[in-house]
Design a binder for this molecule. Structure first.
Ligand SMILES: [Cu+2]
Length: 133
């Protein structure tokens, strides 16, 4: 009977060791993928409905973020309303998007190289700029 107890103890020990080994393996993960929603470069990253790397302007906190982006001719620009306030994408004075509710994504392909002023019909303080090369 004592041998049987030893076997059970060994089995129990084995069960306990396995998770420790897995934990050690998992330690290699960097866990540094916390940059979702980072728009500082004017490129989408982890925004729902917007391809990663696409030129992107967020509408949040009653601002366009960022206030200036650059894009290449032919690239599609993405705008997204991330808050409950209604916004528009008004380009050089023309409302191109209509009223945008929360999570609405508006896509716009500039007609060619140039410097386009982006405003919101509801919030005069909201300004951005798209420079197409
Ligand atoms: Cu607005």
């Amino acid at each position: 009977m004592s041998y049987l107890k030893y076997l059970r103890a060994a089995a129990l020990t084995g069960v306990l060791v396995v998770p420790v080994a897995f934990a050690a393996c998992g330690g290699g993960d960097d866990g540094g993928s916390s940059s979702n929603g980072d728009t500082t470069a004017g490129r989408a990253k982890g925004e729902e409905g917007v391809p990663d790397g696409a030129p992107f302007i967020d509408q949040n906190n009653l601002k366009f973020i960022p206030t200036k982006i650059t894009a290449n001719a032919g690239e599609k620009i993405y705008f997204k309303n991330s808050e409950t306030a209604l916004h528009t994408v008004t380009i050089d004075g023309k409302n191109e998007s209509g009223n945008m509710k929360k999570d609405h994504v508006f896509e716009w392909t500039p007609p060619g190289p140039g410097d386009y002023k982006i405003t919101c019909d509801f919030h005069p303080q909201m300004k951005s700029e798209v420079v197409v090369k």
